[in-house]
Design a protein around this ligand. Sequence first.
Ligand code: ADP
Ligand code: ZN
Ligand code: ZN
Length: 724
Amino acid sequence: MILQVIVDISTNEIDRTFDYEGDDMPLGSRVAVEFGKNRLIGFVIGKTDKSEFANLKTAKYLDTPISSEQLELLYFMRAAYHLRYIDAIRLFVPAKLREERDPEYTRTYLRPDDSRTLDELVEAVGGRAKKQLDALKHIAAMGGQFLNFAVAQFGTSAISGLREKGILIDSKVHERTSPMKTLCKHDKTVVLTPAQASAVDKITKGSGVFLLHGVTGSGKTEVYERVIDNMLSEGKTAIMLVPEISLTPQMLGLFRARFGDTVAILHSGLNASERYDEWKRLKDGEAKIAIGARSAIFAPLENIGTIIIDEEHDSSYQSESNPRYDTKAVAKFRAHLSGASLVLGSATPDIETYANAVSGEYKLITLAERISRHKLPEMEIVDMTQEFRSGNRSIFSKSLIDAIGETLSRGEQAMLFLNRRGFSSFIRCKECGYIAKCEDCDVSLTYHKADNELKCHYCGRRYHALTKCPNCGSSEIKQGRIGTEKVVEELKSLFPDVRTLRMDNDTTTRRDSYFKILSSFGAGEADVLVGTQMIAKGHDFANVTLVGILEADAALYFSDYRSSERTFQLITQVAGRAGRAEKQGRVILQTYAPRHYVFQFGKSYDYTGFFKKEINTRLVTKFPPYTKIVRVLLTSLEEQDAVDSTRSAYKAMQALQKQYGSFVYLGAAKSPVTRMNGLIRYQILARIEPDIFGSVMPEIYAIADGNRPKKGNIFVEINPQSMI
Ligand code: ADP
Ligand code: ZN
Ligand code: ZN
């Protein structure tokens, strides 16, 4: 039998099958092969009787980790995102399966020979072998030790001496480490509200895509859990995706408690063995529910009854580095493939998702009421231009200072949010709130220090840097941006005794430190937590009664067509942090644009009002969902190389534009971040009507393949979440 094998090397040149001899085996099998001078892992994706090559080498069968359904997913992702075979395959199999060594590997464990007493063993070693005696006594005291630890501690010769004399006996121990195994299952019985019961019923009996729209605390999680319960009792399996940042230990604990060992949890804190173990439990059918961040969509489950995506608006569902893919689109395909329902849940759905619900493509289920009698907190909007004009030069408004003071004196806690995304920075007039915007795109301009000019990241149009506000003439026109350190500093000067914690990308490069800061705040070790939107998600602190949003409009002027949407999502989410328990919460939102519709709708938590306004803006400006944005990003070590490739790719795109009538927009420019990791960056941007998108995309991928910079790379992104 001739096997067509994808080998485990990720380059464009090797992105095809290679022929090997081998036994007949299912597609999706894993094999060991000779490739050049190396022995590599490969995956069988095709079989034939004849090969055009002679003297084929033999592939050795290992196992079959990839199902036929996953293979279909592979072809879908290859077509939709132009992924290399191996990059997609690596999403399906844990890293442990990329080595030939048995992934169920065991470690050698040493035990003293238990047919003899310790004294007899000591005698057997003999008085002169001092090192051996030390080792024996130490290991005996612990009852045993792993071979590699023992060798590291006492040296190879001492340990092999003891093993040769039969004083230490080898045994094999399986290294299986299922995380959080200890939590046991318990049932909490809540009676569903009529709205929840009807949602559960519709989803369980229905098919297709559901949008579960419900304010925070409306009981969405309970709905997900019931739907999963129902699927399990029908003998089916389930996948639930949550943003990585919400995979808190508490949240995982709740799911463990509810579903016990039937749930496998995949998150970035697992090491390779733990990840393999969870994968294996799913593959073997021991676990029937996969919960995790976006990559859990590739879980090795069969007979899937439902796929749930919580916080479906979260930007982390789009993978922005290789392999690039959109989790929601993959989930939709997978759900369809296995006849499962897809549930998208959010308090503030993605505009595109909600538009699909309005058009009837998705089924809309609304949970309008909160479960508890507690209302969402009151939101107060403070006009910072007013504060500035009345002489307050602080980053805190008078209102917020007073509120912090009251909160501290009651012994309660506050959270202060700064809104920061990416690197870029908008220009704002402190007197009147004027923001410099692109005349063509209605997104804010970014100041580029190196060129001393303002640029639009969507069309590349350039403007002179401003020294005076064109609106009011003030020279207080500056980059609007403050950091968390600055906030803590000012807070301390106002309240010298305040205990603060700070969380942003600098303080939390690691997952552990992120949870450490949160749990220390939860334990009351600080009065105020200052952070970026990282602290907005899914953490409930009963003693938090005040939430301050310092730069509510910063995301608004980030040069991104999703700015308003993101801002609405953020303020709703942040507001949800205040007063989760018995105490009434309060939100103070500081902005330079108090009349912006996002705050007017945000203040009353009016998502549908916001949606109507926003979708109209998108229609007029021709942004998604009315177009698809395609970015072709080109990088190179050398400027000229990047320019050459950009030029020729751009030319080809122009020809394509002509052939298809017209794109809504096409342009080429330096990327907003002109250099990253030593590479020069250029980009070609296009906005394309949805109805021609399907036929245009393959051609754009072909153009990308044909115009790769010699000393760099080329990437194609669809509706990118960030444009740096
Ligand atoms: P969401 O996911 O929409 O933010 P949750 O599902 O977390 O909301 O529910 C909010 C709170 O209400 C949780 O503490 C949950 O245990 C509780 N809850 C949910 N449904 C019910 C119910 N039917 N009866 C009583 N309490 C409920
Ligand atoms: Zn523009
Ligand atoms: Zn002004």
